[in-house]
Design a protein around this ligand. Structure first.
Ligand SMILES: NC(=O)c1ccc[n+]([C@@H]2O[C@H](COP(=O)([O-])OP(=O)(O)OC[C@H]3O[C@@H](n4cnc5c(N)ncnc54)[C@H](O)[C@@H]3O)[C@@H](O)[C@H]2O)c1
Length: 463
């Protein structure tokens, strides 16, 4: 039985019809957005997953939300779901490497699509998505929620205002602590075939921010990377006898600081542990396993079509979580940093929230005193970015946005190709040209041709 039947109540015809494929933790954001916040103009008509247990869970959520219960389909019946339920928009929240298949199939069937980041994990699927968008004329939206976080929009505002002139270089360093950072080494993310590694899965957010902040298109990437913390040797250095299979059955669970107790968390239990029998998806695999093939320490140097350069790093075992970014411009420098609160996906109410007093923005003009700028703020997950992004996605007529935060397949490609190029560079040791991965890359809306080149006043002499 592949269809999970629905009670007779069906959504009124004046609402936009959505389907969601991939019913894990990220699905909740979209389902609740449709059913609890934007239900007057949106309806969830179908849900799809490879795991029947999570299909039932998503359907129960609709009942809890007081919404009509969507039809449920197994992944193998995705095409049938499109035919029978006629969604206008398909939201893709499966694991990363499977996004493109659903995006292409849905657009070919006449649907618009919204995909979680990263848009895809490989150059050939990226090309296929771009070609399908062009051929079908369907809209592809990439859910870059980080752009909507108020301080990051504020940095965009400062850069657009010309406060520091043209940006010539960027230093951007992202730190994941051993709560959130370790989580990528527990499950599907820990294999590049599923996630593309952290340079694709995680850094796609960061590379998109830089592309969008600068209004620039990436040209070339050189990278280095290694895995030195989440390793069998590190387990032994921490006094364990070695890595084990998973936390649930770990003989050293009482001695390991990385032990994750799925059964103790109602959310993790109902989402993952209760449905393991269907697909063998273990959410609590040992973070020190030998078979992990993603890096935990990464550096990349990126060049852009504007002449700007980026020096980037990602570290997944840090003492605190957050980032520092500095823009060096022809008229000065902007320094911005955020310290985030703890986060384990699917477990905690506050996801990627900002620690109290954790946001700083400072402008330092060339040859005069720097000053702090009061950061913009908002309530909610991912620094308030998730709620604002949902409004932009689901409102029938979203407000005009001078920051152009709505991202499409062009931005999705420009971001993910930096990570894919970085992975190629890790393998070859050489600098990789983005155009060698995907030629004729369409230019995103935020990167107008010829935006650069305003005259630069000579700095005043130091007194
Ligand atoms: N923007 C953000 O801040 C953010 C945060 C978390 C996750 N994400 C993204 O959301 C997506 C989902 O992540 P998650 O944390 O919810 O993962 P998850 O493991 O909790 O859920 C993934 C779901 O997809 C299903 N699935 C996997 N492969 C499938 C396939 N081929 N066909 C159908 N179903 C399949 C799984 O059974 C599971 O229910 C990922 O792409 C991730 O990068 C984005």
């Amino acid at each position: 039985m592949s269809v999970f039947p629905s009670p007779p109540s069906s959504p009124p015809s004046d609402r936009r019809r959505y389907a969601i494929v991939g019913l894990g933790s990220r699905r909740e954001l979209y389902q609740d957005g449709i059913e609890k916040v934007h239900h007057r103009w949106s309806a969830l008509v179908a849900v799809c997953d490879s795991n029947p247990g999570r299909i039932e869970l998503a359907r129960r959520r609709s009942t809890q939300n007081g919404a009509p219960v969507p039809l449920g389909y197994l992944a193998a019946d995705f095409a049938r779901m499109l035919r029978e339920c006629r969604p206008e928009v398909v939201i893709v929240t499966t694991s990363d490497a499977s996004h493109h298949g659903y995006l292409v199939q849905a657009m070919e069937a006449g649907c618009d699509v919204i995909t979680e980041k990263p848009m895809t994990t490989g150059a050939a699927p990226c090309r296929q998505i771009l070609d399908t968008c062009r051929r079908t004329g369907r809209r592809c939206r990439v859910a870059f929620n980080y752009r909507y976080s108020p301080p990051r929009s504020q940095v965009k505002d400062l850069l657009m205002s010309g406060e520091i002139g043209d940006v010539l270089s960027v230093d951007f360093h992202w730190l994941l602590n051993t709560h959130h950072g370790a989580d990528y080494f527990r499950r599907w993310h820990s294999h590049k075939r599923n996630s593309g590694g952290l340079l694709v899965h995680k850094s796609t957010h960061h590379f998109d921010l830089v592309n969008w902040w600068l209004g620039a298109v990436p040209v070339s990437v050189a990278a280095t990377g290694k895995r030195e913390f989440y390793t069998p040797a590190m387990a032994r250095r921490m006094g364990l006898s070695g890595p084990h299979e998973r936390c649930l059955t770990c003989p050293e669970k009482n001695r390991c600081g990385f032990h994750l107790d799925l059964a103790a968390s109602p959310d993790l239990k109902s989402l993952y542990l209760d449905h393991e029998a269907h697909d063998g998806y273990w959410r609590d695999r040992c973070v020190f396993r030998a078979d992990i093939d993603i890096e935990d320490t990464l550096n990349a140097l990126v060049t852009y079509n504007t002449g700007a350069t980026l020096s980037y790093s990602l570290n997944a075992f840090n003492a605190w979580e957050g980032y520092t970014v500095a823009f060096n411009g022809t008229k000065g420098r902007i320094e911005h940093s955020v310290v985030e609160s703890n986060y384990v996906n699917g477990r905690e109410a506050v996801q990627g929230g900002v620690a109290p007093g954790g946001v700083k923005i400072r402008v330092v003009p060339l040859r005069s005193a720097g000053f702090d700028v009061e950061p913009w703020s908002a309530e909610g997950d991912h620094g308030g970015g998730d709620r604002l992004m949902l409004e932009d996605i689901f409102l029938p007529e979203p407000a005009p946005d001078k920051y152009l935060r709505a991202a499409d397949e062009r931005a999705g490609a420009c971001s993910v190709l930096v990570g894919i190029a970085a992975n190629r560079s890790l393998e070859s040791g050489a600098r990789v040209q983005v155009a060698d991965l995907v030629g004729d890359l369409p230019v995103p809306a935020y990167a107008p041709a010829g935006a650069r080149g305003e005259s630069v006043p000579m700095p005043e002499r130091a007194r």
